[in-house]
Design a protein around this ligand. Structure first.
Ligand code: FNR
Length: 199
């Protein structure tokens, strides 16, 4: 049986967020042995400050996020679209997880298996934001799931009044995405280690 820990991050801080609801649906769709933990500290992450980005000076809440990403077997990100791109709070958190200036810690996002999804009320879902997010993970050399793309458009029609994901097509896509992420997360650690040194 697969055992894996997935860290899930929503790019929305909104209480009734469809993207956070998508991650809750992923929790219910995960196979036995796979834990999907939804990170709830995004709103507490301070603006990125390179002078503080060292093991000694880094704010504890940032260090905690880095440690959680490092410890996770994979990341599942659900992002809304703000002004045709990703929300600042999400990009800010990823910036804090993309560095190792002292060359003593390792970069949390390097070669980390990552899957992207997103929801939005427009006909386009969050497609522009997801393309922008893919570009970020290209830079961090994360191990990004390419397909399936989970672009939840007219998101208000996919959830019921209690925020449950009821749209069958979206549930199926989300399940496939989880499967693709787990396939990467199960890649032998040795192979991943080789790839990490290859960069
Ligand atoms: C938006 N929204 C939006 N939607 C879209 O399709 N393209 C866009 O460029 C934007 N821009 C935008 C900017 C800002 C500042 C806000 C707050 C919102 C709408 C947005 O996608 C919508 O509020 C989603 O529902 C947000 O996702 P959650 O909060 O439901 O997860």
């Amino acid at each position: 049986m697969t055992t894996a820990r997935i860290l899930a991050i929503s790019g929305s801080l909104r209480a009734a967020s469809h993207n956070t609801a998508l991650l809750r649906a992923a929790q219910t769709l995960a196979p036995a042995g796979v834990t999907v933990d939804i990170y709830d500290g995004l709103g507490e992450i301070p603006p990125y400050h390179q002078d503080l980005d060292t093991p000694v000076l880094r704010p504890p809440v940032v260090q905690d996020l880095r440690d959680r990403i490092t410890a996770a077997d994979g990341l599942l990100i659900a992002t809304p679209e703000y002004n045709y791109s990703i929300p600042g709070v999400l990009k800010n958190a990823l910036d804090w997880a993309s560095t190792d200036w002292t060359r003593t810690e390792g970069v949390p996002l390097l070669r980390k298996p990552v899957a992207i999804a997103g929801a939005g009320p427009s006909q386009f879902g969050s497609v522009r934001a997801q393309l922008a997010l893919r570009q970020v993970f290209l830079c961090t050399d994360s191990d990004l799931v390419v397909k399936p793309e989970v672009i939840v458009f007219r998101s208000h029609e996919r959830f019921d009044a209690s925020g449950q994901l009821v749209d069958e097509t979206t549930r199926d896509l989300l399940q496939d995405l989880l499967g693709a992420l787990l396939a990467k997360a199960e890649a032998p650690a040795e192979a991943r280690a080789l790839m990490a040194t290859a960069t």
